[in-house]
Structure formats: C-alpha cells, structure tokens
Design a protein around this ligand. Structure first.
Ligand code: PRT
Ligand code: ZN
Length: 298
C-alpha cells in the first residue's frame, strides 16, 4: 500500500515565506528547498510542500488540492468570506494562530483632510485590494462609498486622485506616513494562521495533521517560554518563587560545598523581563541566567 502523505500550501515568496519555512524547520521537517519547484517532498515527515501565491492558498485548501496551508487571516477572509455566512469562512477551519505576519487592515485618509468619523466617508471613493472585507464593514456601518479595487500600491491612490481614501494593510505605519496618510479606522487585525478544510479526511491523513499540529504547538509554546536559572540563599526560596512569572514548581537543587545556598531552575511560560530580573536580584538571587527553549512537549 502506498504511504499516506499530506500536502501543505505555503507562500512561495513574500512576507510569510521565511517564517513559514522556519516554523517547519523548527518542527524537525527537513526538505530539499527549491523555490522554483511547485512541490517539495519532505524527507523525514509525510508532507509535501506546495509553494504558491498567498492569494490562492484559501481556495487550494477549501477544494482539497491541499490538506492544510499557512496564510494571513486577511487573505483568508477576503477570498473565502463569500462562501460562509458570517465572518469566518464556513468550509475552512483555522487550526492555529501562528504568531507572525501581524498586521491590520485600516482605512486611511490624507492628513490634511479633516476626518469627522465613518459617516463622513459617505459618497467618497476608497481604494483597496480588499473589496470584500471593506464592503462588508461599510455595509454593517451603513456607509455607502465607491470602492476602487487596486491590486497593489494602494497608498498612492489619493495622490493620483484615483480615490479620496484607502483601505490597506498596515504594520509599522511608515508607508502611510511617507504618503501623507493618517490611519483612522482599523477594520481587521490579522496574523498568519494554519488552516485546513473542515470536511473530515481519511484517518491516516487526520493522524498526520494531528502530529504536525502537536509539533507546531511545541514550537509555539517554546518560542514564548524561557528557562531561568539562578543561585540564591536557601532561606529566600519562597520569596523568589513568588517573583517568578507564572511558574508551577521550580526545581531547587543543592550546591556543592554551600549549605546555605541553592540553585533554582524553572520554565517561565513567558518572557522574563528586566524588572523581574531586578526583583530577583533584590530578593538575593545571583548568577541569573535566562535562556531560550527550543521545544516543549507537555
Ligand atoms: O506574491 P504573493 O501574492 O504571494 O504575495 P503578496 O505580495 O500578495 O503578499 P506579501 O508577501 O506582501 O504579504 C503576505 C502577507 O503578509 C499579507 O497577506 C499579510 O497577511 C502579511 N503582512 C504583514 C503584510 C504586512 N504585514 C504589510 N505590512 N502584508 C503587506 N504589508 C504591506 C502593506 O500592504 C503596505 O504596502 O506593507 C505596507 C505597509 O507596511 P508598513 O510597515 O509601512 O505599515
Ligand atoms: Zn498575494
């Protein structure tokens, strides 16, 4: 019988490509990385990677061409909203939020325009590559505009007099700034997500999707966590454990030749900030080490 493999769609090149590849590498999935190949066969995991434009990923997953995919929530909603009844597309399920590719879809107007609220957009022209999401938002707000659909460089539309305002993705805000635009309404916040078709798959396929999802969980949890080690007076262990961020049971280890001092080791489920380090030091801790964690399996 032939081996069951799953097919995953990721962006071929662009903002999500590197982080998607690096997530898979952290999951221990190794593939001969050839960007011009449509399909890359992974060596030690039953996964074939399909490298495509991000815009096509929701449809590939919806129709079963691919079992799973990584795409921005903005693209998912824009491409598949028509297939669902509410905000989330009905035929595709979001398995995990992946914590990268953060951005927001916002309406921005020229800085010299006096913005007096959504209703003042009535009757204007708004340029966007996201006509579905924008249209839905405006309908819900009872505002009627002329949506000018552009596939790129939306931010120059007001200067070209093609539109009065824009609706585009923003991350740092510097593109808006350098085009004399001001963000006035955020209509969607987005990050990269792992998606799959909602329809059940054969059990062998489901098992592989579960195995990959568990590995991704391990990587995501580890990415947020830190391992913290320090030496401290044995008499201050309780005080120190109270300061440690959200940790259950730190290990307390004796130190050779030092009866009144111990080593404390713990996994912090979040980053350890400088002010926590200062408080640990004030409570008597010394030689405090905070190190990244590669993988965690609960
Ligand atoms: O070729 P392909 O179709 O696959 O790629 P693409 O050109 O359509 O997409 P790409 O690679 O630009 O973006 C892929 C995904 O990254 C998007 O769908 C979002 O989910 C996510 N993402 C995160 C962003 C941004 N941040 C972002 N800042 N996508 C685009 N931008 C653009 C934005 O359109 C604007 O032009 O960056 C500019 C604004 O950035 P700031 O930092 O100046 O605010
Ligand atoms: Zn695209």
């Amino acid at each position: 019988m032939s081996e069951t493999r799953i097919r995953m769609a990721i962006q071929k090149s662009g903002r999500l490509n590197q982080r998607s590849v690096s997530l898979l590498e952290k999951c221990g999935i190794d593939f001969p990385w050839r960007q011009n190949m449509l399909l890359n066969r992974c060596r030690d995991f039953p996964l074939d990677l399909m490298l495509v434009r991000d815009d096509d990923i929701p449809e590939y997953v919806r129709t079963g061409v691919c079992d799973i995919g990584i795409v921005g929530q903005n693209v998912l909603e824009e491409k598949l909203s028509g297939h669902g009844h509410g905000e989330a597309p009905a035929e595709v399920a979001v398995l995990r939020e992946l914590g990268f590719g953060h951005c927001r879809l916002s309406i921005a107007v020229p800085k010299d325009r006096d913005y007096g609220g959504l209703e003042t957009l009535n009757g204007t022209r708004i340029a966007t590559s996201y006509p579905v999401i924008l249209g839905r938002f405006l309908r819900a707000s009872d505002v009627s505009v002329d949506i000018v659909e552009l596939s790129g460089s939306v931010e120059i539309a007001p200067a070209l007099k093609v539109a009065d305002a824009i609706c585009d993705l923003v991350s740092s805000g510097s593109t808006l700034q350098s085009n004399g635009l001001e963000e006035v309404e955020t209509i969607l916040t987005s990050q990269a997500v792992l998606i799959r078709a909602r329809n059940g798959a054969p059990s062998a396929t489901e098992e592989i999707i579960d195995r990959l999802s568990r590995r991704i969980d391990g990587v995501l949890r580890a990415g947020k966590s830190k391992y913290i080690m320090m030496n401290a007076p044995a008499s201050r262990v309780d005080d120190i454990c109270e300061i440690l961020p959200g940790m259950e049971s730190p290990s307390v280890v004796p130190l050779v030749g030092q009866r009144d001092r111990v080593a404390i080791h713990a996994v912090a489920p979040e980053d350890v900030f400088w002010d926590t380090m200062d408080r640990l030091k004030a409570a008597g801790a010394a030689s405090i080490l905070v190190v990244p964690i590669e993988k965690i399996i609960a």
